[in-house]
Every structure is written in structure tokens, then in C-alpha cells.
Ligand binder design. Sequence first.
Ligand SMILES: Cc1ncc(COP(=O)(O)O)c(C=O)c1O
Length: 362
Amino acid sequence: MNLSPKPGVMDIHAYVPGRSEAAGAKRVYKLSSNESPFGPSPKAIAAYEGAEPALGIYPEGSARILREAIAAHYGLAADRIVCGNGSDEILTLLANSYVRPKDEVLFSAHAFSLYRIVTLANSGVPIEVPTPNLQLDIDDVIACVGPNTRLVYIANPNNPTAGYVTASEMRRLHAALPDSAILVIDAAYAEYVRRNDYEAGIELVSTSNNVVMTRTFSKVYGLAGIRIGWAYCPKHAAEVLNRVRAPFNVNIAAQHAAIAALSDRAHVETALQHNDVWRMRLTEEIRALGLRVDDSVANFILIHFPDKPGRSAADADRFLMARGVIMRGCASYDLPQCLRLTVGSEEANLAALAALRDFMAS
Ligand SMILES: Cc1ncc(COP(=O)(O)O)c(C=O)c1O
């Protein structure tokens, strides 16, 4: 009996989630998972609680009520939307559905680690596009495209580097792909971007046959804990994902919470305005401490530490943890000299700034 898993599986390094505990600290500030400091809208919480009578029965299988609410909100066709247990599930389903052994899957260096995991899980070949200065150059992606390219995952904005690809550059990439490849635009942080030359991907999906955009309720909508994501796809891709996904993959309480969250525009605006103000303040104040911080369009920033004893990212991390400030170590993104800081509540941001100031002065 040979119980070896499929080729590639044992090359996977399991996903490392952001930490949530800081042993011994009196007050803990979790700034490690890009969650919203505002949490969900009160309307979403009420809708979640209101779902109680439906808990004992199977939901309608295709998340129809949620797909229709998303379709109405964004002006999309409901039958081209597929919902998932987080956008993680959709990103996984795309690989499960399309990647054949030895197919090549492209993504940038320092990208969200799930892309590599789902590629290897399907015996595909991960191709990492180098990003020497941490900003993705579309010509470098195009240079990696070949006849075996099957999926191209582009996180836009990218986690953890916090930069973005402009709409025109994304179109240029799409134009360079063979029809047999799918461009997957992972727009988990789309709501936070305030740039005129950015598009989340809806237009490109609408006007092409091989582009899928994924979105999530985990970030600005503050619903990471109940796991809801969705994809906008060409009709043929929606039909494929609907064959492969689990029958009731989005639970009914999550669907009701997400529908209510969409309707609370004020809650989202409050979160976005807070993020604009604090993303800039954190960036400027941390740069003033002498640390490199890359420009961010998302709800997190990437901080670079010098590779010097006593000043490294690992040293900073230990110091911050002792103060209850939990950032995201980036070794699993191949950026061991960096920490990623999520924009948190005012109190958490001030605690992070004070701890970093003391670290640099220590
Ligand atoms: C780039 C990117 N894509 C997708 C996700 C997954 O989000 P979820 O599965 O919570 O929808 C994350 C979460 O951190 C992310 O950073």
C-alpha cells in the first residue's frame, strides 16, 4: 500500500496565519491579520443573530440571496457570481478546477502564500515572478508566460507589499496571455484603494473570457470570522466552479450577515476614512524613525528593518510582542527583514507607534 499524496503536496509549507497571542502582555493589540478595527456593521451582527430560525435546515445551495445582493450592489449578473467560504476557497477552487499536473501557475515573489499551496496541491508548477524592488513589473510577468501557463494570480493590491497594478497595466498583462490561461485578480483589499488609475477587475471580467476577480467580506466589511468571499467570473467559469465546490459552502448566517453588511454604506465609509488617515500617519511617523516603509494603498503597511543585531525585524518583533503589539512576521513571504502592520484602532496604532519609537531608541 502506498499512501503518498499527489506529487507536489509534500513540497507545501502549510499556511502560517497571523498570531493572536502575546504571552505576558497586559493589553494585546492584534495587528497581524489585516482585519478591520471596526469589526462588522451592527446591521450585520443583527442579521447574523436573526438567522437563528434557519440554523437547523440546509441553506439554498448556491448562496442565491447573497449572489443577488452582490449583483444588485455592484451592477453585476448574479449567475456569474460564485460565493465561497472566504475568498481563499474560491482561489483554491480555481486551482482545483483548472490546474493539471505540470501546468504552470504564475504569481509574484512575496505574494500571498496560498497561490503556491494550491498550485502544489494540484501537482502544478509554481512560477514566481521576481520583484526586485517589491513593485510588480508587468513586463516581468509577461516574460514568464509560456504555452504551459494556466493560471496567473495577481493580488491587487498585493499582500504584504501593499502596492498595486494600474488598470492599464492589468489590461496589458491580459492581452499578453494565451486564451488557455486564466488571469485571476485577487482584489481582497480593493475597497481601500483611492487611486484613479486602479480598477478592481469588474470591467476586465465583463469584457473578456478568461479573467476572474475575487473579493472578500473579511477586510473592510469586518467579517473575517464567518468566512465569505466571492468571485465574478465568465459564465463558463462559474459553471465549472459550481460543479467543484461543496454543495452548501456558504452558511446561511454568513449570507445574511454579508447582505446586511453591503447595505451599511456608512459603516464602510467610516472604516475607509479611518484607514486613509492612519495609513498616512503610521507611514510618516515610522519613516521619521528612520525605517523604510513602502507606499501602501491597502489597510496595512510593510516596515523594513535593518539587518543589524539588536535592530532586526526579529528583534523588533520580540520587543513589540512584549508590549502586546502583534505585527505579522514576513519570513513566510520571503521577507524576513520586514514586519507587516495592519491599520488598527486609534489606541492600537498609538501603542504600535510608541513601542516602535521605544524600540528604535533602545
Ligand atoms: C491577498 C489576499 N487574498 C485573499 C485573502 C483571503 O481572504 P479571505 O479568505 O478571508 O476572503 C487574503 C487574506 O488575508 C489576502 O491577503
